[in-house]
Design a protein around this ligand. Structure first.
Ligand code: CUA
Length: 318
């Protein structure tokens, strides 16, 4: 995006430069031409409607080009391509924690192969931070309590500075790092060396079982909670008649504040997991639930590997 952002910026500077020159030239020339001269009486000049409409409408048109160009770029920057690799970012005072879907974790560094579309799903563990990579011309606030997203595609290998761009306390200025863009082979080596025992979604799957989620969110229709297979990015009908999109933020909210949006046909029996799971565990859980919506070959239920739900009908909740 950086070339496109620069082009808009240069266009803004050019228009501002031309307008400034025109105005100052006009001021100077008119001040000299119509200066007070001895023996010449000043006389009133009547307005010109055409002139006044002209100098209102033409600049308005020029300003609209900023708006239209800016809006087009903004939507391009805000819309990650469908094939983007997702990476979770957790900000905390004063570091950036990066979690790859394959399980690699990094601090203050984000390794990526060149030419790869990357979508960052970001949240904060404490205060507001801001993820800023000047070379990519991207910046996005990172907020506690919800996800914000951003995407980029690095086109040249190299190290690119990462900054925190929102004052977040004593060591704000030190809260930086590097986006490391590598050749695909180099990246493959790096990824293999850093591969951990379990991917993010596997970590989520273990949590899903150890926290007891699987006992209610069963793969059949018998569970006390909705079946989560295939819900990601699908509309969900709520008990109060509203329909919401099951996006990252919805999944997150449903874990931390389950009664905020009750799915139609279910009772508000799920306890909150606020304080029981940290941001990284939340990301893992969300990644797991999302993975249940990945296309699976027909006949294989996505949840079939989930631990068997207890058959008892006791109503104990976690
Ligand atoms: Cu984090 Cu400033």
């Amino acid at each position: 995006m950086s070339g496109q952002v620069d082009a808009l910026y240069i266009y803004l500077l050019l228009v501002a430069g031309v307008m400034t020159t025109l105005i100052f030239l006009a001021v100077t020339v008119l001040a000299i031409k119509y200066r007070r001269k001895p023996g010449v009486q000043a006389h009133q000049i009547e307005g010109s409607t055409i002139l006044e409409i002209g100098w209102s409408v033409i600049p308005f048109g020029v300003m609209l080009t900023f708006f239209i160009w800016g809006a087009v770029l903004y939507f391009r920057e805000r819309t990650p391509p469908a094939d983007a690799t997702e990476v979770y970012v957790v900000a905390k005072q004063w570091m950036w924690k990066i979690e790859h879907m394959e399980g690699q974790r990094e601090i203050n560094e984000l390794h990526m192969p060149v030419g790869q579309n990357v979508k960052l799903i970001m949240t904060s563990q404490d205060v507001i931070h801001s993820f800023f990579v000047p070379a990519f011309r991207i910046k996005q606030d990172v907020l506690p309590g919800r996800y914000t997203t951003m995407w980029f595609k690095a086109t040249k290998p190299g190290h690119y500075h990462l900054f925190c761009a929102e004052y977040c306390g004593t060591n704000h200025s030190g809260m930086g790092g590097d986006i490391v863009v590598m050749d695909p082979q180099e990246y493959a080596q790096w990824a293999a060396a850093g591969a951990s025992a379990s991917t993010l979604q596997d970590t989520g799957k273990q949590l899903f079982s150890s926290l007891g989620c699987a006992s209610c969110h069963r793969s059949d229709v018998q569970g006390r909670g909705p079946n989560l297979a295939g819900i990601f990015h699908k509309p969900v009908l709520l008990e109060d008649g509203r329909t919401v999109n099951a996006d990252d933020d919805y999944l997150r909210e449903s874990i931390l504040n389950p009664t905020a949006k009750i799915v139609s046909g279910f009772k508000p029996v799920m306890p909150t997991f606020q304080g029981l799971v940290d941001e990284e565990q939340l990301n893992a859980l969300v990644a797991y639930v999302k993975s249940l919506s990945a296309p699976t070959p027909p006949g294989t239920a996505a949840l079939e590997n989930a631990p068997a739900a207890p058959q008892s009908t006791n109503t104990k909740v976690q």
